[in-house]
Structures are given as structure tokens and as C-alpha cells.
Design a protein around this ligand. Structure first.
Ligand code: FES
Length: 155
């Protein structure tokens, strides 16, 4: 199996500026809208979708991002790939508003630029800005840092 050549907004993802988002696991693959955040401020785990041909970019696990609504600030999204050893950052602590990696307990503060507040992750979780285009949420910037592990899983 040969991985597709990454050509997106970070060296190891195929996300592109202008991409729409769909919720991971949504069988209808509906584009994420601002209304999806009206009922709750819980982050939503998403795949990016090409705005050109509607392709859902599931070819790279690194493409998954958490879309987050912030009060009086633009939406943003964090990489869902842990900065320690690249596990999926799959858990959300609603009380402390942290994204948590279950592998070794790294915790990232989403209101302070993804800063590491617990666990072995050596760097903040990279984020990118989102924009709203005709009520749909789209990718609007490159990532703030390198996606993925900074430590070998063998460590
Ligand atoms: S891979 Fe996330 S804490 Fe180790």
C-alpha cells in the first residue's frame, strides 16, 4: 500500500485551504455548519472535504481535526494527532476544556493555543483557523506547527 503524496497545508496532511468539514462517522457526510454548534460547545471531530470535488480526505489518519467554537472569536480546529507518539487525541474533558490523548495521558488546553497541561507531549497541539462561508465551516489557514509524533513509539 502506497500512501498518497501529501500536498496540503502541512507536509504530512492533504488538508487544503477552502476545505469543508464532515463529522467523523456521519454516514450522510453533511458539511459542518455553524448550526451544528448551536446546541453545544463540545468540539466536533472531523474529516476535511475537498471544496473542488467533494472528496472526503480519509486517506490519511493525520487529516482528522477537532473543530471548536470559541466565544467571540473565530472557530478553529486542532490536529487530532498526538504530539507525543501520534495516537488519536480522542477524548474531551468538558469541565476543564481539554483534549486528552488516552495513550499516555497528554492533555491540551484548547483555550491556550493547545498548550500541554499534562502528560509527555513535547509540543502544543497544532491548530488552524476556520472560516464560515455561506454558513458552512471551512479551513482558512495553515497549521501552527508540525503534525504528529515527536517521539518514536518504541521509546
Ligand atoms: S501518544 Fe498521546 S500521550 Fe503518548
Amino acid at each position: 500500500h502506497i500512501m498518497p503524496e501529501a500536498s496540503g497545508i502541512a507536509p504530512n496532511v492533504t488538508i487544503e485551504i477552502g476545505d469543508y468539514l464532515v463529522r467523523v462517522g456521519d454516514p450522510q457526510e453533511q458539511h459542518l455548519r455553524t448550526a451544528d454548534f448551536l446546541q453545544s460547545d463540545i468540539p466536533i471531530l472531523c474529516w476535511p472535504v475537498s471544496s473542488k470535488d467533494g472528496h472526503v480526505r480519509k486517506e490519511l489518519a493525520y487529516n482528522r481535526i477537532w473543530a471548536i467554537r470559541r466565544t467571540r472569536l473565530p472557530f478553529l480546529a486542532y490536529s487530532a494527532i498526538c504530539q507525543h507518539a501520534a495516537c488519536l487525541v480522542s477524548d474531551w474533558d468538558q469541565r476543564q476544556r481539554r483534549l486528552i490523548c488516552p495513550c499516555h495521558g497528554s492533555a491540551y488546553d484548547v483555550h491556550h493555543a493547545g498548550e500541554v497541561v499534562a502528560g509527555p507531549a513535547p509540543y502544543p497541539l497544532p491548530h488552524l483557523l476556520l472560516a464560515v462561508k455561506e454558513d458552512k465551516i471551512t479551513v482558512a489557514s495553515t497549521f501552527s506547527g508540525h503534525i504528529g509524533e515527536h517521539t518514536s513509539r518504541a521509546d
